[in-house]
Design a protein around this ligand. Structure first.
Ligand SMILES: *Cc1c(COP(=O)(O)O)cnc(C)c1O
Length: 359
């Protein structure tokens, strides 16, 4: 039996996609060659890649004047590439510090230029977010940076600040394609694909093309977005396997109602777990209810002993990945797009039963 996969990343993939990969890994659609042994220049790969990019554009509604492509290096490489390209000499960049991932991005940017921390959630132990209307970029800002969904802390922006002329740059690693997004409000959206879109290896980049005009010149080749843009991400060898799987996941999303379908599923699935938490004194959510994430649900039990017991008994029932991130402890259930509703129902039942026995 397949395990119920609540890992935060890499994470669950639709079983249909795994089966398609299995069926085509040796001989891709009868072409006598595997996708992962084909050249990335021309032919079979590029045809598949173009379909992948087109479908991504269609599902998310990405406007024509934006580039879309995939890079390697994980979302983490973008913590460096963004300031290298866009944090301009003599000017500052605004960062909103809302938890582990945006804080890492902030620290990298601070090594490369002048950073203005517009808001820091430290006082609340990163359990809440600022009112978007209260976020204003500094006078000479090169861009304003934020993380849409803090995968470790379990909080998610429900709406975004209006930064006017200042480019808004957003890490959507862990909530991409889980809800409709007005892409035109962002200068750049990026993220690792390994949470909501596919297996590890690729990072998606969505960037308004005019951003290239304001970037720093004289960067080494890989660091320069302009080179990647010119070749739709094929300046060097792309993460071929990951991209192929992403294309299959995108097709699965399309078959399942597109982004609106994923949005409804996310409401339904997260609602099941939050309603168990909200109706009990045994389970406790450490985050502000108004901004709690539908993708990564963090919760606590009355003691660390009970939390350890919860993780091990869940594992015995085939439910994996429920331990909170090592930096914050507690418990976390990641409910990404591909996670079946049935698995979430099983977790909700398990939680109620665990409370009955231990509460
Ligand atoms: C996982 C994650 C990252 C880091 O991704 P890597 O691909 O491991 O570099 C960055 N930001 C967010 C929001 C994440 O969830």
């Amino acid at each position: 039996m397949r395990k119920r996969n609540f890992f935060a990343g890499p994470s669950v993939l639709p079983v249909e996609v795994l089966e398609q990969i299995r069926d085509n890994i040796v001989d891709y659609e009868g072409q006598g060659l595997s996708m992962i042994e084909a050249s990335h220049r021309g032919g079979m790969f590029e045809e598949m890649y173009d379909q992948c990019l087109d479908l991504f554009r269609k599902l998310l509604g990405i406007p024509e004047d934006y580039d879309v492509y995939f890079l390697g290096g994980g979302a983490t490489l973008q913590f460096t590439m963004i300031p290298m390209n866009f944090l301009l000499e003599g000017r500052c960049a605004d960062y909103v510090m809302t938890g582990s991932w945006s804080n890492k991005a902030t620290k990298d940017a601070q090594k490369l230029g002048r950073v203005n921390v517009v808001w820091d959630g430290k006082e609340s132990n990163y359990s809440t977010l600022p009112d978007p209307a209260s976020i204003h970029p500094c006078e000479d800002s090169s861009y304003l940076y934020l993380c849409a969904n803090e995968t470790i802390g379990g909080i998610e922006w429900k709406s975004f600040p209006d930064t006017g002329e200042v480019p808004l740059i957003c890490d959507m690693s862990s909530d991409i394609l889980s809800r409709p997004v007005d892409v035109s409000r962002f200068a750049m959206i990026y993220g690792g694909v390994q949470k909501n879109m596919g297996p590890a290896g690729a990072t998606f980049i969505i960037m308004r093309r005019d951003m290239l005009e304001r970037r720093n010149g004289n960067l080494t080749a890989y660091m320069d977005y302009a080179l990647h843009s010119k070749d739709k991400g094929l300046y060097n060898t792309p993460p071929v396997f990951s991209i192929w799987a992403v294309k299959l996941v995108l097709e699965w999303i399309e078959r399942n109602g597109g982004v609106e379908g994923m949005d409804r599923r996310a409401d339904e699935k997260s609602g099941m777990i939050y309603s168990v938490i909200d109706s009990s004194d045994f389970f406790r959510s450490p985050v502000d209810k108004a901004v709690r994430s539908r993708m990564n649900i963090v919760f606590r039990l009355p003691s660390e002993e009970l939390e350890a017991k919860f993780v091990s008994e869940a594992k015995a029932e085939g439910m994996l990945g429920l331990k909170g991130h090592r930096s914050v402890g507690g418990l976390r259930a990641s409910l990404y797009n591909a996670l079946p509703v049935d698995d979430v129902m099983a977790l909700a039942d398990f939680m109620k039963e665990f409370e009955r026995k231990n509460g």
